[in-house]
Write a protein that binds this ligand. Structure first.
Ligand SMILES: Nc1ncnc2c1ncn2[C@@H]1O[C@H](COP(=O)(O)OP(=O)(O)OP(=O)(O)O)[C@@H](O)[C@H]1O
Ligand SMILES: [Mg+2]
Length: 280
């Protein structure tokens, strides 16, 4: 069942569905990525790949290094190792250089312009394409409104007055305005109701058909593995497990540690003892 799971932090050849080795170079190819905050090492040689048109998730507990990984990939944080996008090394490219090559990051804090409207925040997302001299830098707007109809309804509302779910939609929508090839999402489910999480992840799933690959960092392993094609488990700055998302979903370690379905779950607490607990 878990035959394709790899416990080691080594680049495994991507397997095609028919079992043949897929020799297509990945869109994102990361090898031995290390990053530190002063003397504290937060990423200890992460190796991972994202195939074009796929959704790859990185799951792991608080402090595992998930945000560090995304910030290192985006160039916000200095890193050692190798990052290749479509074969080209990005290690000497700064953030703008990486954005211009098609990377987009929706950070944990969303970083919207609160006193600007929804529509203006979205227009700013077209800046990369404007700067690249594209003739229609805002031509994604209708598509973004189609993906997130609520953003169109609220186009003139100030971003600072949006609900948490709407802010998340706006952050993703703004990233999509730049027509990225690789969308990196840092915990899109954070603080959102399950229904909104599903709404956002449904959109991520549809992006596969529009030439956008996604690297999804999540603590919500259940939601992430459901939408992803492939997954990595990051712990203490190291990839400790990787495999097709459906295999990871049933791997005992993932089930025990991340899906909250401990196989040796304690018996449900009888109602009477709950009352006693509360009375103490
Ligand atoms: N600016 C910083 N300065 C010093 N240490 C930091 C800084 N940012 C993160 N760290 C440390 O680096 C490690 C990895 O943090 P990171 O934010 O990448 O974890 P994470 O997996 O994203 O966690 P979470 O799920 O809570 O968002 C942690 O030990 C954290 O304390
Ligand atoms: Mg984080």
């Amino acid at each position: 069942m878990n035959a394709m799971l790899n416990r080691v932090d080594a680049p495994a050849p991507a397997e095609a569905i028919d079992g043949a080795v897929d020799t297509t170079p990945p869109l994102l190819d990361v090898t031995g990525l290390c990053a530190s905050y002063g003397k504290v090492d937060a990423l200890l040689g992460a190796t991972l790949r994202v195939k074009a048109g796929s959704i790859v998730t990185v799951i792991g507990p608080n402090g595992a290094g998930k945000s560090t990984l995304l910030n290192a990939l985006m160039g916000v944080l200095k890193a050692r190792g190798e990052i290749r996008l479509d074969g080209e090394s990005l290690m000497r490219r700064d953030v703008v250089g990486r954005v211009m090559r098609g990377m987009a990051l929706v950070p944990e804090k969303r970083e919207l312009f609160s006193d600007m409207t929804v529509a203006d925040n979205l227009r700013l997302g077209g800046f990369r394409r404007y700067r690249a001299g594209e003739p229609q830098p805002l031509d994604q707007l209708d598509w973004v409104y189609h993906l997130f109809p609520r953003l169109e309804e609220r186009a003139r509302q100030l971003a600072g007055t949006l609900s948490g779910g709407e802010r998340q939609m706006l952050a993703v929508g703004r990233a999509l305005m730049g027509k990225p090839r690789l969308l990196m999402l840092d915990e899109p489910s954070l603080g959102l109701a399950p229904r909104i999480v599903q709404e956002v992840l449904d959109v991520v799933a549809t992006l596969r058909g529009h030439g956008v690959s996604t690297l999804l960092v999540e603590q919500n392993a259940r939601a992430a593995l459901r939408v992803a094609d492939y997954g990595y488990v990051l712990e203490n700055g190291c990839v400790v497990l990787q495999g097709p998302a459906s295999d990871l979903e049933s791997h005992p370690k993932v089930v025990d540690a991340y899906l909250g379905l401990a196989r040796h779950a304690p018996e449900p607490v009888p109602h009477s003892s709950l009352v006693q607990e509360a009375a103490r």
